[in-house]
Ligand binder design. Structure first.
Ligand code: ADP
Length: 510
């Protein structure tokens, strides 16, 4: 301890040693070589820290800031030992020399420890090759991005949070008529009739949503404004982009003038079509009513002269039958048969025109309705050995007499138009689909050529001679009118000699 005190007391005391010149045998050359070398090393060691400090003061972004200070201190301390060595030739302050060496040693080890601790971080840093490769990758990505941007069919504008345009593509120049340089840096409001705040608010809410819901986009409709001040409808797809410089908004802008024009045209065409359909329907309804009225009046008024003709023919037959020649008798027969037939036709026509008039809609059980019909047709069923099979039929709302007539016409036709060589078999079915019941009456009769599938529903249309099959050709016209009266439709599927299936629909909620 005594020595330590003595050491610091005599720190600058040089009396214990002779100057280095007098210690041993120095030639001038040897001594000055020593001194100049030490001074060269010291001066270089002095300048290096200055350079380091200047470097750090300029490069605020330099990494490992502390390391530079450690290096500067370490080099400065090393230099100082050389300076003292040079001075020792005249001023042998060996205690100060030892202190400087000790300080240099401590600084050197502090630097070593710091370096060792820094090593893992330094290893994890990317090499300049890696950095160059990364820069190259980024350059290529940017190149691709720009190519994509330019090739996009829509105008694309990238703007920052203040609305300043950062990037545009060729389509933007084409759509708005501005040069790229005119747009970059300017507010996006120069291109549209919409406040940028609106877009920003949407962009921000998208950004907040993106944190939870992933990438998002929203469509905004507004008006674009080109360099000539002309306005046109545009659709903007807005999406946020996160960058080091903050939130950027990407707007993909599409000129929708053509689409809007087409939409308008379609709307106008639709409404004019609707108007035409309404007009036509109204015209048809009037014509239908007129026709019904005509049929009613005609058939009603025809009855009177027909009755007169029939009664006079009857009178003629009573009084003069057998008194005239045989031709006259035959003529009288013809007149009376035709009159009878005309009577039936006029009756049918009258009934047809009256269908659904002044009647009430009621709930009908189709099973009961069918039983009534089969009861009425009992005789012909028995005579022809007809077999009729039906599933359980539904309840519907309808006109009772008319529905019964419909069932009756279909069943009696299936019996009437049976094949000569087989007994009639009729299958009745009803299935529920899309809010209505589809009934089907399937038989194994003579079938119908597809050419006549529509024609048979027309009033007085028949496919056979009266001598082959009795009838007036009004039955299916009746059926059609009854089904339409209930809001349904009727059709047939059939091939000659392969039976027929008549379908009709009745609304479920009628
Ligand atoms: P009608 O029975 O008085 O001849 P319809 O209007 O009932 O009149 O029938 C029109 C025509 O449709 C019939 O003449 C017949 O040719 C054909 N037809 C109707 N029902 C059937 C059926 N079930 N099988 C084959 N043909 C049929």
């Amino acid at each position: 301890m005594q020595q330590v005190f003595e050491f610091f007391e005599k720190l600058l005391d040089t009396s214990d040693w002779p100057p280095r010149w007098h210690c041993g045998k120095w030639s001038d050359f040897h001594g000055w070589l020593f001194i100049i070398s030490d001074l060269l090393v010291w001066s270089a060691y002095f300048v290096i820290p200055l350079i380091i400090i200047r470097y750090i003061s300029r490069r605020q972004d330099a990494r490992f800031f502390k390391l530079y200070f450690f290096f500067a201190g370490f080099i400065l301390a090393c230099g100082a030992t050389h300076l003292i060595d040079a001075f020792a030739f005249w001023y042998p302050a060996y205690r100060l020399n030892a202190l400087f060496r000790f300080a240099t040693g401590v600084f050197s080890w502090a630097t070593v420890i710091y370096l060792v601790r820094l090593l893992p971080v330094a290893f994890s840093l990317r090499s300049s090759n890696q950095l160059e490769a990364e820069v190259e990758n980024r350059r290529q990505a940017e190149y691709k991005f720009r190519n994509l941007l330019e090739a996009a069919p829509d105008s694309m504008v990238i703007m920052d949070e203040s609305g300043a345009i950062q990037l545009v593509n060729a389509q933007t120049e084409k759509m708005f008529g501005y040069g790229r340089a005119q747009m970059i840096g300017n507010n996006v409001e120069m291109l549209m009739i919409s406040k940028f705040e609106r877009l920003l608010a949407i962009g921000r809410s998208l950004r907040d949503g993106a944190a939870t819901a992933g990438p998002v986009m929203e469509r905004v409709e507004c008006f674009g404004k080109n360099v000539r001040g002309e306005q046109f409808p545009i659709e903007i797809s807005l999406s946020p982009m996160f960058t080091d410089e903050g939130l950027l908004l990407t707007a993909t802008i599409r000129d929708v003038s053509e689409m809007k024009r087409l939409e308008r045209e379609i709307r106008e065409a639709n409404s004019s079509l609707e108007r035409k359909v309404l007009l036509r329907t109204a015209e048809l309804e009037v014509k239908n009513r007129e026709l019904e009225q005509f049929a009613y009046v005609a058939s009603h008024d025809l009855q009177e002269p027909l009755r007169t003709t029939t009664s006079f023919v009857d009178l003629l037959r009573k009084r003069y039958y057998g008194q005239l020649d045989s031709n006259a008798d035959q003529y009288l027969d013809f007149i009376s048969q035709s009159s009878d037939r005309m009577k039936v036709l006029i009756h049918n026509l009258l009934d047809y025109s009256r269908l659904g008039k002044e009647k009430e809609l009621v709930t009908l059980c189709c099973n009961e309705l069918l039983q009534d019909v089969l009861h009425d047709l009992d005789q012909s069923i028995r005579e022809t050995n007809a077999v009729i099979h039906s599933v359980t039929l539904p309840q519907i709302t309808g006109y009772k007499t008319e529905m019964k007539q419909l069932f009756q016409n279909l069943v009696s036709n299936s019996i009437k138009f049976r094949k000569k060589d087989s007994d009639p078999a009729i299958d009745i079915n009803a299935v529920k689909e899309n809010g209505h019941w589809t009934f089907s009456f399937k038989d194994n009769g003579i079938g119908i050529n597809p050419t006549f599938h529509e024609k048979i529903f027309v009033l007085f249309q028949r496919l056979h001679k009266r001598s082959d099959y009795e009838g007036t050709g009004i039955g299916l016209a009746y059926c059609k009118k009854i089904v339409e009266l209930h809001g349904g439709k009727i059709w047939v599927e059939s091939l000659p000699q392969q039976g027929s299936t008549f379908f009709f629909t009745i609304s479920e909620t009628q």
